[in-house]
Ligand binder design. Structure first.
Ligand code: ADP
Ligand code: MG
Length: 299
């Protein structure tokens, strides 16, 4: 039954670290020489593992995430000379039971890659051609969405940071035992684009009655984010230490692009207030950009 499936899956898949480890082992089993791991919101919103391994044959894709399917052993004898990490055929199926999973894969024989969306039971619900090269990319979205208590366990920033550290340690361990393997870990990819006055060029107004010369967008939506506005103003004003007003509103534009799942836009009817789930990471990235532009950190 579905409940049994959920219970047993939640024993196999217990954490972000655990998912990353299973997916990386599949990549290594597929002979990958390069593995990229991307996490959004510490992996709770999205875990993506991309490899350049041999891919999944079209004949195997319908069953890849079906419980106890494995392409790695054919006979009982194979069990005795096992050279792969996986052989139980449990990981992908278990992950499907506790998250939303998409698998994109291309073998040497395939002309293009195919993206498969999987359901709760690991069955393919839809598929479409995609543009990736040879290898496999597994995306795991909304981990533990159906296990609120488990998800809650990972919701404190402290716990999340501990978990991220463990993922870093895991990659480090693989890097040590497999020095020929190329590994990459990206957490919270945030794209910042903007129109900023050159350092020293004063395009500002000191009148607090017209703070609306700073345009801020999150995922193409005009928004008001007090903390970011303040940060922009501080860094910009810090160029004018002798200016007593010290309250400049620069004329600039900043576009922030974050994973859609890491932002809530419906807080107010006009949707200008947004909630960034990874606000700390965004603030850090904006600050780093401002320091690189204006060269100093205001106190
Ligand atoms: P196991 O690793 O124990 O075989 P999994 O549930 O982890 O079971 O994976 C199921 C099957 O899906 C694998 O046997 C393999 O055929 C295929 N597979 C999963 N991930 C990859 C990958 N990154 N590259 C190639 N094949 C994969
Ligand atoms: Mg496996």
């Amino acid at each position: 039954s579905d409940t049994v499936r959920l219970l047993s899956s939640s024993q196999v898949i217990t954490s972000v670290l655990n998912v990353v480890k299973e997916l990386m082992e599949n990549s290594l089993d597929a002979g990958a020489s390069s593995i990229d791991v991307k996490l959004d919101n510490y992996g709770l919103d999205r875990i993506e593992v991309r490899d350049n391994g041999h891919g999944i044959k079209a004949v195997d894709t319908p069953v890849m995430a079906v419980r106890h399917f494995t392409s790695k052993i054919c006979s009982h004898e194979d069990l005795e000379h096992l050279e792969t990490y996986g052989f139980r055929g449990e990981a992908l199926g278990s992950i499907c039971a506790v998250a939303e999973v998409a698998v994109t894969t291309k073998t040497e024989e395939d002309d293009v890659s195919t993206q498969y969306m999987l359901d709760f039971k690991g069955n393919i619900v839809s598929q479409k051609p995609s543009h990736l090269g040879q290898g496999t990319t597994v995306s795991v979205m909304k981990l533990f969405k159906n296990l609120p208590v488990r998800r809650q366990c990972f919701s404190s920033t402290k716990k999340c940071k501990e978990e991220l550290k463990k993922v870093q340690d895991l990659l480090m361990a693989y890097a040590i035992v497999k020095p020929e393997l190329r590994l990459m870990l990206v957490h919270n990819k945030i794209v910042l684009e903007g129109f900023f006055p050159k350092p020293g060029a004063d395009y500002s107004t000191t009148s607090s009655s017209s703070p609306d010369k700073t345009f801020l967008f999150v995922n193409n939506r005009p928004v008001q984010l007090k903390e970011i506005m303040k940060l922009l103003r501080q860094h910009y004003s810090a160029q004018y230490p002798d200016d007593p007003a010290r309250n400049r509103f620069p004329m600039l534009m900043l576009k922030i692009t974050v994973p859609p799942s890491s932002v809530d836009v419906n807080l107010t009817p006009d949707k200008t207030q947004v909630l960034l789930h990874n606000k700390e990471a965004v603030l850090t990235a904006v600050e780093a950009l401002l320091v690189s532009l204006y060269g100093f950190r205001p106190n």
